[in-house]
Design a protein around this ligand. Structure first.
Ligand code: NAD
Length: 362
């Protein structure tokens, strides 16, 4: 069993390994004892696969109520959030109760926000079931979407603990695995050149990792995220480095319409643009061409979707909540492991994006 501590204001453990859930009772005892009731929130796909397994484990601690949302990004809605609160009230949950989020980033974000606001906040634990959730389950960003923007309503609210059972990833579709791999690669690129070299060494490990390889990827990724979150829990500084690849990535996701492209595929395109910019603007030597070939081998889309104009993408980048006073912040790399933030005027960034896309086509 691997264990990483997130040194947030109230530190918490992330346990990685099959059987991690067996430590739940001890972890809760260390944190003040068993809750009066547990509300298990999951989606229908994950519920079918692992709902009973997890419920049985939770029931050894406290009575469990289950709320199931439909799988997919649409569940991060005000309606689902409200329905969860209503259900929690009807089932008699109180301030001594706890929420358990079982699923990918969608369930984690939604359940976390419900926990953050129910009766001014009750404890919650994360039980991630996607590779991407090695990222989303750690760090305490919880949110739902508003029709006017993704993650527009939310809270910084840390879980009491995270239990990562790699066995749950066995059923994850290949496209979702690749989506999570983009975040693993992101963590390596912003913080750890030797981890990136290890990932690059064996294509089959990235395409189809065995359990040891998975545990290493999840653990290294979580260590990097935990380290950054520990320094800057509320994103006033270095936490912004985690947005590497996300400025353009989020714009691609939003412009295409959510669900049309996975988060990781969009972020992969964003990382390539950021690497290209880093070489052009900072003179960094990041072997852009080799990196692009590696991304293509993994199966990431080779280019920014053609149907989106650079102007449309620019407008979405400007609408992002991380935009500051009309400028767009881009995370670039001086070298692998050394991120920096560059602010761009929209016209300049749009021209650079246009140039990047022209070069991509040649
Ligand atoms: N809070 C954060 O810091 C943070 C960071 C990154 C992303 N996010 C959020 O995470 C969300 C994306 O998360 P995601 O990619 O995990 O998506 P997701 O939760 O929608 O899961 C992807 C799909 O895989 C299915 N699934 C989940 N686990 C499975 C399993 N073990 N076997 C088979 N199918 C399974 C789900 O039902 C869903 O259809 C986005 O809403 C994004 O905003 C949050």
């Amino acid at each position: 069993m691997k264990s990483v501590t997130v040194a947030a204001e109230t530190p918490y453990p992330v346990l990685i390994g099959n059987g991690s859930l067996d430590s739940l009772e001890k972890v809760l005892a260390d944190g003040g004892g068993a809750p009066k009731k547990i509300l298990l929130i999951t989606d229908d796909t994950v519920h079918r696969l692992y709902g009973e397994f997890v419920k049985e484990r939770l029931e050894t601690i406290s009575p469990v109520e289950v709320f199931v949302v439909q799988s997919g990004e649409a569940a991060k809605s005000f309606e689902q959030y409200y329905a969860i609160l209503t259900y929690a009230l009807e089932k008699g949950l109180d301030r001594k109760s706890m929420v358990a989020a079982l699923g990918g980033g969608v369930v984690g974000d939604l359940a976390g926000f419900a926990a953050a606001t129910f009766m001014r906040g009750i404890p919650f634990v994360q039980i991630p079931t996607t590779l991407l959730a090695h990222d989303s389950a750690v760090g305490g960003k919880t949110a739902i979407n508003h029709p006017k923007g993704k993650n527009m309503i939310g809270a910084f609210y840390q879980p009491k603990a995270v239990f990562f059972e790699p066995q749950f990833l066995a059923s994850l579709p290949a496209a979702e695995m690749r989506s999570g791999m983009a975040e693993v690669i992101k963590h390596a690129m912003i913080a750890d050149a030797s981890f990136l070299s290890w990932l690059k060494k064996d294509l089959s490990a990235v395409m189809n990792p065995n359990e040891d390889q998975l545990v290493r990827m999840i653990t290294e990724g979580i260590k990097i995220k935990a380290d950054i979150v520990s320094q800057d829990e509320k994103e006033t500084g270095v936490r912004a480095y985690l947005n590497f690849g996300h400025t353009l990535g989020h714009a691609i996701e939003a412009a295409l319409g959510y669900g049309r492209i996975t988060h990781g595929d969009a972020v992969a395109a964003g990382m390539l643009f950021a690497v290209w910019l880093s070489e052009k603007e900072l003179g960094a030597d990041l072997s852009f061409t080799k990196l692009k070939t590696w991304f293509e081998e993994i199966g990431f889309p080779a280019a920014v979707p053609e149907e989106l104009t650079s102007e449309i993408l620019m407008n979405f980048m400007l609408a992002d909540k991380k935009t500051a006073s009309g400028k767009v912040n881009m995370v670039l790399l001086k070298e692998i492991g050394t991120p920096v933030i560059h602010s761009y005027l929209p016209e300049r960034l749009q021209a650079l994006l246009e140039e990047f896309r022209k070069e991509e086509i040649v």
